[in-house]
Design a protein around this ligand. Structure first.
Ligand code: F6P
Length: 542
């Protein structure tokens, strides 16, 4: 077998193939094959993927699947589901799929079935959520809980806030959920503004229970609560924790009975379906939360068992890799035409870029191809009136994932038709554009013709789902999780560590005392960093 990815026969075949089809325009590919728009689609587990508007032919797909096979994707999928320690740099298994395994299913880690403990925690979460939702869980002064504030950051924030926004339609109106992540004190101040502490429940969500932002905000929230309610005893009624670090939770002053655990084989960005989802469960109730898990599980099973060429996450991952590595399109715009999914792009940013933003392989060698695309996006139609200009006529090509739903959850008249017409039209405009002849035929003044030409040939996927439900949300998230896995498997990187976030954290911990010390610190950074620290220390004196 070849040593490096780019030396593999399938990679080389794709390079040659790319040279051969680079000039093909989507207009020609569609003109040559009247069935392309129905053939290059995949409808599985309630998710319809139209990938026909990618710059591919049948041969491209064949070669990409061969590449996946050469890179051992099927074995790597099996290894993850089997509980192998595929996160080698942290020596951990990667078993978020066990979080959504149905009761009774067996997943062994070191000979021990992990599924019963998952359901034990889910049951405890459900009992607690029901108490909060029904008003049985009272605050320290006997008042009912009206506000739930999740304090967490990264995976301990983005999943919960994305899911809360996505599933608002299913949430109880009796409670409002808020999310605090930033160590910028503005975040906590604004999230708690006007709230009665006696009616507020804080969920401190942190896998490690050591994260600077979360611990700082949690301490500030606890101090404010104790000051307002007049007793340390209030903490037991107003603080619960979600973590893998029982010792840290106890040290903070939260009793084990108020802690919901999970295991180190759940990565932060893969944890919204663990107890990190407690705020989601409180908002939508245990039944909806379990329906979301069932959605995740349906996609897991599809990923595990469908042949590569008919496998939604594999296809999505391979197309992304094709756009990124062979066509050189280095970003991916995720464009949900569903306002409830407004935080989905932000969620996918961490999922994708923290997982696959790596420059070395599992063997510690440099990766010979570009890894994770830069993910960004906004809901449609809003984005159309801001950055779509660049997507249509800019010099850089931005592959897009359009996500839409057949039915509106909050319908007004026929507005949903307008929304979906825009989604469909944008994908059409990107692919086919408008030629100079077409523009001229419209009677456009000759000097304006070049400005009004759309080159087209800009790739996109369209993902359609019937209705945004807890179940379909689970499917969508798992679709992207496994697409990220597919790409990481081909690059041969560790998609489950995040060493790249460490250096900034270490340096910040050095700078903190330098900003705060009463005495002028001896600074040994570079001249820019030293000057910035001195300038900050002299604030108010300029
Ligand atoms: O710094 C990055 C990170 O470790 C993420 O991977 C993680 O989701 C986030 O911080 C929060 O970590 P924790 O849940 O341990 O507070």
């Amino acid at each position: 077998m070849s040593k490096t990815l780019t030396d593999r026969p399938a990679w080389q075949a794709l390079v040659d193939h790319h040279a051969g089809i680079a000039k093909h325009h989507l207009r020609d590919l569609f003109a040559e094959d009247a069935t392309r728009g129905t053939r290059m689609t995949l409808d599985a587990v309630g998710v319809y993927l139209d990938y026909s508007k990618n710059r591919i032919t049948d041969k491209t797909l064949k070669l990409l699947v061969t590449l996946a096979e050469e890179c051992g994707l099927p074995d790597k999928i099996a290894a993850m589901f089997r509980g192998d320690r595929i996160n080698t740099t942290e020596n951990r298994a990667v078993l978020h799929v066990a979080l959504r395994a149905p009761r009774g299913e067996k997943i062994l880690l070191d000979g021990h079935d992990v599924v019963p403990a998952v359901h034990e925690v889910l049951d405890r979460m459900a009992a607690f959520s029901d108490k909060v939702r029904s008003g049985q869980w009272l605050g320290y002064t006997g008042k009912r809980i009206r506000h739930v504030i999740n304090i967490g950051i990264g995976g301990s924030d983005l999943g919960p806030v994305m899911a809360y926004e996505a599933l608002r339609h299913y949430a109880t109106p009796e409670l409002d959920c808020r999310f605090v992540s930033n160590v910028d004190s503005t975040d906590l101040t604004e999230a708690t503004r006007g709230l009665d502490a006696a009616e507020t429940l804080f969920i401190v969500s942190s896998k490690t229970f050591t994260t600077l932002e979360t611990m700082t905000n949690a301490k500030a929230a606890r101090d404010a609560l104790v000051a307002q309610l007049g007793s340390e005893d209030a903490v037991a009624r107003h603080f619960v924790a979600v973590s893998t670090n029982a010792e840290g939770v106890a040290k903070f002053g939260i009793a084990p009975s108020n802690m919901f655990g999970f295991e180190d084989w759940v990565g932060g960005r893969y944890s919204m379906d663990s107890s990190i989802g407690l705020s989601t469960m409180i908002a939508v109730g245990p039944a909806h939360f379990r329906a979301m898990l069932a959605g995740f599980h349906a996609m897991d099973e599809h990923f595990r068992s469908a042949p590569l060429a008919g496998n939604l996450p594999v296809l999505l991952g391979l197309l992304s890799l094709w756009n990124n590595d062979f066509l050189g399109f280095s970003t991916l715009a995720v464009l949900p035409y569903e306002q409830y999914l407004k935080r989905f792009p932000a969620y996918l940013q961490q999922l994708t870029m923290e997982s696959n933003g790596k420059h070395v392989t599992l063997d510690g060698e440099h990766v010979h191809a570009d890894t994770s695309p830069i993910v960004w996006g906004e809901p449609g139609t809003n984005g159309q009136h801001s950055f779509y200009q660049l997507i249509h006529q800019g010099t850089r090509i931005v592959p897009c994932d359009f996500i839409g739903f057949m039915t509106a959850l909050a319908p007004i008249g026929r507005q949903h038709d307008l929304l979906m017409a825009n989604l469909i039209a944008q994908a059409e405009a990107l692919a086919f554009g408008k030629t100079a002849q077409q523009v001229e035929a419209e009677g456009t003044a000759p000097e304006l013709v070049p400005h009004r030409v759309f080159e087209g040939n800009r790739p996109s996927n369209t993902i359609l789902v019937d209705t945004l439900t807890p179940e379909s949300l689970g499917k969508l998230v798992a679709l992207y999780e496994h697409s990220v896995f597919t790409q990481g498997a081909i690059w041969g990187i560790d998609s489950f560590d995040q060493w790249g976030v460490e250096l900034g954290k270490q340096l910040a911990s050095k700078v903190i005392p330098e900003l705060q010390s009463a005495q002028e610190p001896g600074l040994a950074h570079d001249s820019s960093t030293n000057a910035l620290i001195r300038r900050y220390r002299q604030r108010g004196r300029h």
